[in-house]
Design a protein around this ligand. Structure first.
Ligand SMILES: Cc1cc2nc3c(=O)[nH]c(=O)nc-3n(C[C@H](O)[C@H](O)[C@H](O)COP(=O)(O)OP(=O)(O)OC[C@H]3O[C@@H](n4cnc5c(N)ncnc54)[C@H](O)[C@@H]3O)c2cc1C
Length: 303
């Protein structure tokens, strides 16, 4: 029986683990994919206090090291649900394991939004990617389409522009919404072509299912562009439905905590990007993680 089980090993979850351990609570962090969370996909982060510049990967490693160094335990498994018991909660995973905790902190973050077009699911992982730092090298000297025009799209594009032969950016809005500094790094490069006010209609594939292009509509005209790969950067969505019995969700699926990470279920707390909030950043996620852990400690002490 752990004092605190943290679901999600991103900045919020690992900060919760650090604060839990500082209060001498036993802590298990369950992460389904990569410790460090989404930030590991960012090659250069310049707004984490204390670091002029650090790669997201290195930051994630440091966070994990710090949490483990303080004595937190960690496992790589996907949590499928939580159920209530007399002594607390049972957290179940896809691997068939049940972990018992007196409290649970849900720090599940967000995941990438997709277009929902036919064939998309099959192409994700082969020729549709979300992460230039992970997959950009597969497209060296090839043509790729970036779908999106906000900060994430331009962070990814800034990586890709030095690798690919041609980068075609398709944005649905009439203009790009990324920070100007990010746009300046990408726009104006010889190998970048941009189209705004577009609607992506279909992924084109060969008979054997290999991606060959993207069809989109621009100013009422249907066009197809040939490409070897697609990067999707059209926003993030929470995946909290498995926990909706314990914590209220808003219409977009984000947890709705009070202002100190409490949910409607005593003993279950929420933290980070998975919550309804106006600023989703490492600093705000860490802040939530700290609050959630302190709230869990208070709960354990009967406060
Ligand atoms: C490309 C990119 C660049 C960014 N750049 C910056 C930046 O420069 N500065 C900045 O401050 N922020 C940046 N951000 C935002 C920052 O990464 C997030 O705000 C932060 O990671 C949120 O932390 P979190 O712990 O709440 O969620 P996440 O980082 O999303 O972590 C949640 C973790 O929970 C895990 N999880 C989810 N469901 C389950 C489950 N059922 N079972 C087990 N584990 C689960 C996920 O695998 C994930 O690892 C960037 C984000 C992206 C995508």
């Amino acid at each position: 029986m752990y004092d605190i089980i943290v679901v999600g090993g991103g900045p919020a979850g690992l900060t919760a683990a650090i604060y839990g351990r500082r209060n001498l609570k036993t802590v298990l962090v369950i992460e389904k994919s990569v410790f460090g969370g989404q930030i590991v996909n960012s090659p250069k982060v310049e707004n984490i206090p204390g670091f002029d510049s650090i790669s997201g990967d290195e930051f994630g490693d440091k966070l994990l090291e710090q949490a483990m160094g303080q004595g937190a335990e960690a496992t790589i498994e996907s949590v499928t649900g939580v159920r209530k018991t007399d002594g607390g909660f049972v957290v179940s995973t896809e691997d068939g394991n049940d972990y018992e905790g007196k409290t649970v902190i849900l720090a599940t973050g967000t995941t990438h939004r997709t277009l929902g077009l036919p064939g998309e699911e099959d192409l994700i992982g082969s020729s549709i990617s979300f992460c230039a730092v992970c997959d950009g090298e597969f497209y060296r000297d090839k043509t790729v389409v970036m779908i999106g025009g906000g900060n994430s799209a331009f962070v990814e594009s800034a990586m890709l522009v030095g690798i690919v032969k041609k980068l075609i950016i398709l944005q649905d809005l009439p203009k790009f919404t990324a920070d100007q500094k990010l746009q300046d790094q990408v726009l104006g490069q010889d190998n970048v072509e941009t189209h705004t006010g577009t609607k992506v209609l279909a992924y084109e594939t060969s008979e054997d299912g290999v991606l060959t292009g993207v069809t989109y509509e621009e100013a009422g005209e249907k066009k197809t562009v040939s490409c070897d790969g697609v990067f999707l950067a059209i926003g993030l969505v929470p995946e909290n439905s498995a926990f909706s019995a314990w914590a209220d969700l808003d219409e977009r699926g984000y947890f709705v905590p009070d202002n100190i990470c409490n949910t409607k279920t005593p003993g279950i707390f929420v933290a980070g990007d998975c919550c309804q909030k106006t600023l989703r950043q490492v600093t705000t996620a860490c802040s939530d993680g700290a609050y959630a852990a302190i709230r869990a400690c208070d709960y354990l002490m009967g406060k």
